[in-house]
Design a protein around this ligand. Structure first.
Ligand SMILES: [Fe+2]
Length: 266
């Protein structure tokens, strides 16, 4: 089973929207073209959230037209810059959106569970008791190979601004609020859990904890600087847009990043 992992495209309502100094539409367009040119097929493309910048109808209408160009099916997690109802309705054409867009699907025998951790327009994510109970029911020791997807990192990373409260911003952090409960909930499925995939941090991280792999995708437009002891968020404009290819077979999981040159600025 193979999939492409992209994240944090931050589209605006028009194709000339500027996200932190760069045209997010042109960047995503270039990523889509690169994925379509790959000389092999993948089972799906995973977008782990922040499809848009403001979660508006106009943004999802633009996103739908652009993402329809991909030659593979696309699966979405909801980010903090997304609107769960509009993502379901305007981007995916779901007529009766659910309150939280949790969904599951099977790809080549692998069960994929996608959780909606959006929490309003704040950087920290949230899971409800109901979501944790549903996840607990799925995370049994026996069963098919499993992948879990969510927008927010459910564990600390090696950079203070990603992992600790921001004194300057209402004591918010970038993490999932229920990180410890999440990790305890998935632990029984460890033997069949092939990975936990997330976005939000605009950078590729790979972390192993308690025998479980956690992996984030880079942003399709702008990476965030992240180094040990860094306390304040800031963009890393010198680092290029990128996406990840994830390949699973019976014995191994392989992740590689593809970086792209920046497109011409519109
Ligand atoms: Fe985000």
């Amino acid at each position: 089973m193979r999939f492409i992992h992209i994240s944090d495209s931050h589209l605006g309502k028009t194709s000339d929207f500027n996200y932190r100094g760069f045209n997010s539409y042109r960047h995503l367009e270039q990523v889509i073209e690169a994925i379509n040119r790959l000389p092999f097929a993948v089972d799906f493309v995973l977008h782990s959230g922040d499809v848009t910048e403001h979660g508006s109808l106009e943004e999802y209408t633009l996103a739908r037209k652009l993402m329809e160009r991909l030659r593979f099916p696309v699966k979405y997690a909801v980010g903090n810059h997304d609107n769960s109802a509009l993502l379901q309705n305007a981007l995916l054409g779901i007529e009766s959106p659910s309150g939280r867009y949790d969904h599951t699907f099977v790809a080549d025998g692998v069960q994929v569970v996608v959780l909606d951790t959006s929490n309003g327009f704040v950087p920290n994510g949230a899971l409800t008791e109901r979501q944790l109970a549903d996840l607990r029911a799925r995370c049994t020791p026996e069963g098919a190979p499993l992948i879990i997807v969510l927008h927010h990192p459910p564990l600390p990373l090696d950079t203070p601004w990603l992992s600790e409260d921001w004194a300057s911003f209402d004591s918010r952090s970038m993490l999932l609020d229920e990180s410890e409960a999440f990790r305890a909930t998935i632990a029984p499925a460890r033997e069949r859990l092939r990975g936990v995939f997330f976005g939000h941090v605009h950078r590729a991280f790979q972390v192993q904890r308690d025998g479980i792999l956690y992996c984030s995708a880079p942003s399709t437009v702008v990476q965030f600087a992240a180094y040990p002891e860094q306390r304040d968020p800031k963009p890393a404009p010198d680092e290029p847009p990128a996406f990840a290819l994830v390949t699973l077979n019976d014995s191994q999981l392989t992740i590689r990043q593809y970086t792209l040159p920046r497109p011409e600025q519109a």
